[in-house]
Design a binder for this molecule. Structure first.
Ligand SMILES: NC(=O)c1ccc[n+]([C@@H]2O[C@H](COP(=O)([O-])OP(=O)(O)OC[C@H]3O[C@@H](n4cnc5c(N)ncnc54)[C@H](O)[C@@H]3O)[C@@H](O)[C@H]2O)c1
Ligand SMILES: O=C/C=C/C=C(\O)C(=O)O
Length: 501
């Protein structure tokens, strides 16, 4: 288990001592009257106990952030804020193994993924926004007043003030820092509420930010759940200036209703039902490997994963056979097992949701090409939240399994005959987050990608990220874009100043 130095000790029901993860408010570690178990999904054992922030604790965090936003942090120069972000990045790097252990304990993901993706991106997120604010200029327009004298118009960016950050459990550190880094970079103060499923790396982040010497109140961490808990207390508070949220679309809708009350700025990264389209002219082996990655990475618990795969008919049977062969070779195992490809789902609750879709697929008439159940290990992992990676075919596009986000290691493969048919079927979705196109025809790549009603399209690759680009979804998949200057715009109050020279 990670060395979470800020934790106290809790005696669990079975009598064993486990860490008690605390909230971080106004520069102090705070215990609250209520707490909840944090469970390791590999074996169902308790990892730690977590303090649940009540309304008073959340309000205290918001008030501390407000004081700090009126203090030095909000007035810091961009150079000093960039230096602070770099200290945070360095602090994560120095405790790299602690962060890896935290992510693995909470999620059961492969250690190699926690190293190469989750923690690496936590560092990169802070460094990329430090670099950006250190070099980002602003706009200036020269003009002429009515009396003929010269006027200068320039754009000024000021902090919004207090930003609420609510993040999900699937890529805990990556997604929390993807919001916290730009929010702090732009001089805001933050109250962060990580998912109740994954509190450990967020707690370590608070330790690193504390050690980096940011003023008390600049960053606050409140643990808890959504409804009637810290998430709701934060998102409905009239004393925050903006809310940035990543999670399910229906949760986003709930938060948006609350934000409407005070006309709060919102940025939403929500659900998806992403499609991959494989043309007959694709590099066959690359497409098979790419769809295996885009369907089963992180046990399918990535918002960008392909749950719908459309394959041009001439190669459909061969592609399904090759994909199934690859799926059956995926190693489902302990996080540190040699060659492990996939760990458990994040919780028993989520496993039951995914298994309910495996059952629904059968009810809707699907053919289960491989997987479709729960692996049997004959050891403690049978008390974990493992499911088999699964491929299904044979459903109509109107089936629930083709329209609802499952968020597990499963994809449905359908044949198509024409490019226009493929595009129409991809876009026939309430979601619009990401898409993938596999083809060696350059004109077709550009033509098809431009027609996807999604915020992101990858061609002959997947989840390749340039942090300067706009990231976000259309339709039910989100509101706004973050990344590069798009984040600077969201996390700033932008004003125009006109000076008669
Ligand atoms: N678009 C993206 O970039 C992106 C990235 C990752 C995950 N996601 C989506 O997130 C979902 C999985 O994450 P999840 O299960 O944690 O989502 P979720 O909506 O259940 O919870 C997300 C966060 O919101 C909090 N929350 C829940 N209800 C709330 C409420 N009423 N008020 C305030 N806060 C509330 C939770 O405690 C958690 O911290 C999937 O739909 C996935 O597609 C999207
Ligand atoms: O599960 C969704 C993954 C989101 C990834 C990002 O937000 C990113 O790569 O910046």
């Amino acid at each position: 288990m990670a060395a979470i130095s800020s934790s106290a000790t809790h005696t669990a029901a079975a009598g064993q001592a486990v860490p008690l993860l605390r909230c971080f408010v106004d520069g102090a570690w705070v215990e609250t009257g209520r707490s909840f178990d944090n469970i390791n999904p590999v074996n169902g054992r308790i990892v730690s106990r977590v303090c649940e922030a009540d309304r008073q604790t959340v309000d205290a965090a918001i008030q501390a952030a407000r004081r700090a936003s009126r203090g030095e942090w909000g007035r810091q120069s961009a150079a000093l804020r960039a230096a602070a972000l770099r200290r945070i990045a360095d602090g994560i790097e120095q405790r790299f193994d602690d962060f890896v252990a935290a992510e693995v304990a909470d999620t059961g993901r492969p250690v190699h993924q926690a190293r190469s993706l989750d923690v690496a991106r936590g560092i990169a997120n802070f460094r990329s926004f430090a670099d950006l604010i250190a070099t980002a200029g602003s706009e200036m327009f020269e003009g002429t007043a009515a009396d003929g004298s010269k006027v200068l118009n320039y754009v000024a960016r000021k902090p919004l003030g207090v930003v609420g950050v609510i993040s999900p459990w699937n890529l805990p550190l990556l997604l929390l820092t993807w919001k916290v880094a730009p929010a702090l970079a732009m001089g805001n103060c933050v109250v962060a509420k990580p998912s109740e499923e994954t509190p450990s790396s967020a707690t370590l982040l608070a330790e690193v930010i504390e050690a980096a010497g940011l003023p008390a109140g600049a960053f606050n961490l409140v643990h808890g759940f959504g409804p009637d808990s810290a998430g709701q207390f934060l998102s409905t508070s009239p004393h925050i200036d903006a809310i940035t949220f990543t999670g399910e679309s229906r949760t986003g809708s709930t938060i948006m209703k609350a934000a409407a009350e005070g006309v709060k700025e919102v940025s939403f990264e929500l659900g998806g039902k992403n499609a991959a389209v494989v043309f007959a002219d694709a590099d066959f082996d690359a497409a098979v490997a790419g769809v295996l990655r885009s369907s089963f990475t992180n046990s399918g618990q990535v918002c960008l994963c392909s749950e719908r795969v459309y394959v041009e008919r001439p190669i459909f049977e061969r592609f399904v056979a090759a994909l199934a062969a690859g799926c059956e070779q995926l190693r489902v195992d302990y996080p540190d097992a040699p060659g492990v490809d996939m760990g458990p789902l994040v919780s028993h609750t989520h496993r039951d949701k995914v298994l309910s879709y495996y059952a629904l697929a059968r009810e809707e008439g699907a053919t289960v090409v491989c997987g479709g159940g729960v692996p049997s290990f004959g050891d403690e992992r049978d008390q974990g939240a493992y499911v088999q990676p699964t491929i299904i075919t044979g459903l109509s596009d109107n089936a629930r399994c083709m329209r609802e986000e499952i968020f597990g290691p499963v994809c449905h493969v359908s044949p198509f005959d024409t490019e226009d048919e493929a595009v129409a079927r991809v876009n026939d979705s309430a979601y619009g987050l990401a898409g993938c196109v596999w083809t060696t025809n350059l004109s077709r790549a550009h033509r098809v990608a431009a027609q996807f009603e999604t915020g992101i399209v990858w061609v002959n690759t997947w989840f390749t990220r340039d942090l300067r680009t706009p990231f976000g979804g259309a339709k039910l998949s989100g509101l706004g874009r973050e990344g590069g200057r798009y984040s600077l715009d969201f996390y700033s109050e932008i004003s125009n100043i006109c000076i008669k020279v």
